[in-house]
Design a protein. Structure first.
Lengths: 432, 223
């Protein structure tokens, strides 16, 4: 039993508030981070490791409950149970399944994966959690490891910074202008059977991709987003510019980890975004042209002022007293409508670079590989998540359509730049 | 390791086509690998939903038939609401009582309130003798109070999940006493027994679990 002073419930942070209302079996708003070990995972030990890690991270040991005005996270006293990985990638997290937990720990062969509902944490938070979990697992299997201040191990106490709502902390009332946006171009295709997700990863050598993007005077994310825009252009739009559905701008949603811009150690949602925006209704757009646009939009989007503005816009919406006083049941409808108008339809795809996973030197020999993947649904039919571990730069595309043209052309483009690429796939087309 | 000479990529798999272009892969080194991801299966299962569909179809057609017959026999005696209510009651009992995965206290709370309304309706539509509110409602509240209390006593670990429902049902149990004041309830002993137990439980909660109730109110009502 917990002492009476420990915190046993949490308010949802600003970004977390939207997800429970707008998630369903199609738009699941989950993402997955996988660590691949060099030996086969032993489920009994993993279960023990999860139990220990959850004691250290009580903010994940919660279930979602409805209050009169807002939902909240309440301490979950039921046991957490790990599951073998099924063929479903980033499936929905139902509040009454999985004993009420809002994330899953999956294992298969050498893989340990966490599938997290976005309300509970963002990529940055999950990486910290997964690192601690795998660390604990390896220690339990008898490895001699030292955390080197890179991992919050189970011997430590929880710190209150870990569950702060950092968005509300850096919120600025004066800088919260709402900038209206138009709907984005949507990639269409033949839908896969509901619930199924196609997954294709490409592994590239980290140094090679760094060198390539620097030779263009861009960061890796900027360069790859440009390639992505170009790929969408040549596979979907070029020579069909006159079509009505092609009159909308291609917008790529690139999450920004705000922990790198503001001093916060929260494990909960603390991301914002940069969005590229380009109307591609010409038949002769070159890659260089796209690069210029992307570079400019990135440098505009990443300024502190702009980041705070986007953050404050959301927080101001949440702090609106009219919305606050609306009962939760009705609020869910308001959020649903708002999100379908202002949220997901404004993006063509999301392209997230989680960054480099840094592990203690003693842990590295046991870890082969790290993979990240995000869900894809009805509007964003194809998404991309990138994660780097040591010399492996791993890009994972998830899709809810059968066609693989975008992935194919994307990797062929990089191949033509002289990169060696290794592919992994879940071969979703097998069910056909 | 296999190779696609069209996409110029390497891949480790037992499949023999490229996931990007679906062309045949060239084998570089012959080896049996464990696939990184489990095999995809179609998950459309029509069978399990068929039973539900049939039941729902029968329910809806029965409601329509009942309403039609009731219309021709005169709506001043709306007897069809009793079988229709039973059908609705059956569905709510199934969906909330058995299939839903919410905690048992909230199910009991919901089903008690639902049964009271249902039984009150039957009483009103038949002879209107007042047995529903006089006897059944207070005794249902009484037994619901008792059951949730026992569950809390037995399953200590989850008491925080249940205590708010116990609190709510105890407050509801005060209602029969108010109905006595308005002369709706004429038989006193069931209402007073139910009220007595409710007050006992409320006092018990307020004395021994004041923090739980305060926390619960904070959680549920934060804006």
């Amino acid at each position: 039993m917990k002492s009476k002073t420990s915190k046993d419930w949490y308010k949802l942070d600003n970004s977390a508030k939207i997800f429970p209302s707008v998630s369903n079996d199609v738009e699941t708003n989950t993402f997955r981070v996988t660590m691949t070990l060099k030996e086969e995972v032993q489920p009994e030990i993993l279960q023990k490791a999860v139990d220990n890690t959850l004691e250290r991270y009580p903010l994940f040991k919660v279930k979602l409950k409805k209050g009169l005005f807002w939902a909240y996270f309440d301490t979950n006293s039921k046991p957490f149970i790990i599951q073998p990985m099924s063929h479903i990638v980033c499936g929905p997290v139902h509040p009454y399944e999985n004993n009420g937990y809002m994330f899953k720990v999956l294992y298969r062969n050498c893989d340990i994966a966490i599938e997290m509902f976005h309300s509970l944490a963002d990529g940055g938070g999950v990486i910290e959690f997964l690192k601690a979990l795998v660390y604990e697992y390896l220690v339990l299997t008898g490895k001699q490891l030292t955390p080197d201040n890179l991992i919050a191990t189970t011997d430590q106490m929880m710190r209150s910074e870990e569950y702060e709502d950092a968005n509300a902390k850096y919120y600025n009332r004066k800088n919260r202008k709402h900038v209206p946006e138009e709907q984005a171009y949507r990639i269409k295709g033949t839908p896969l059977e509901p619930g199924l997700t196609g997954l294709i990863s490409g592994i590239i050598e980290t140094d090679a991709i760094l060198k390539l993007s620097r030779s263009h005077g861009m960061t890796v994310t900027e360069y790859l987003v440009s390639v992505m825009m170009y790929t969408i252009y040549i596979t979907q739009i070029q020579y069909r510019e006159q079509l009505k559905s092609n009159q909308k701008p291609v917008k790529i949603f690139v999450p920004v980890n705000l922990r790198k811009h503001f001093p916060s150690q929260t494990l909960r949602n603390f991301t914002n975004f940069i969005k590229t925006n380009m109307l591609m209704t010409k038949s002769d757009i070159t890659f260089e042209e796209i690069q210029e646009v992307v570079k400019k939009q990135f440098s505009e989007g990443i300024t502190k002022e702009e980041l705070i503005r986007k953050m404050s816009e959301n927080v101001a919406f949440e702090k609106n007293w009219l919305l606050r006083m609306t009962p939760y049941v009705l609020k869910q409808f308001v959020l649903k409508i708002g999100y379908s108008l202002l949220g997901i339809k404004l993006n063509t795809m999301s392209f997230t670079n989680i960054g480099r996973v840094i592990l203690p030197a003693s842990m590295k020999p046991y870890i082969k590989d790290v993979t990240a993947a995000v869900y894809s649904g009805k509007y964003n039919t194809i998404n991309c998540a990138i994660i780097t571990y040591e010399d492996k730069f791993k890009m994972t595309f998830t899709r809810s359509i059968i066609e693989t043209r975008i992935e194919r052309e994307f990797f062929r483009f990089l191949r033509n730049q002289g990169l060696d690429i290794e592919i992994e796939s879940n071969y979703v087309e097998d069910y056909l | 390791m296999k190779y696609c000479d069209k996409c110029e990529i390497k891949i480790q798999t037992n499949h023999n086509y490229c996931p990007l272009c679906h062309q045949t892969l060239t084998v570089l080194t012959e080896e049996e690998v464990i696939e990184k991801y489990p095999k995809t299966k179609s998950q459309l299962r029509e069978g399990s939903k068929l039973f539900r569909k049939v039941l729902l179809f029968i329910s809806l057609t029965s409601i329509l038939v009942l309403l039609t017959i009731n219309y021709f026999t005169g709506f001043n005696q709306p007897w069809s609401f009793i079988p229709i209510g039973s059908i609705v009651f059956f569905w709510l009992l199934m969906v909330v009582g058995f299939l839903s995965k919410t905690n048992i206290a909230s199910k009991l709370f919901f089903l008690t309130i639902l049964s009271i309304f249902f039984i009150y309706m039957i009483d009103e539509l038949s002879q209107s003798e007042g047995w529903a509110l006089n006897y059944v409602a207070p005794l249902l509240l009484f037994s619901c109070n008792l059951t949730i209390s026992f569950i809390i006593l037995i399953k200590r670990i989850n008491y925080r999940d249940y205590i708010s429902y116990l609190f709510l049902i105890a407050i509801f149990s005060i209602a029969p006493l108010i109905l006595i004041l308005f002369d709706v309830i004429t038989v006193l002993w069931p209402a007073i027994t139910s009220f007595g137990l409710a007050i006992f439980i409320l006092l018990f909660i307020i004395f021994f679990f004041p923090k739980s109730i305060k926390d619960e109110i904070n959680k549920r009502f934060h804006a």
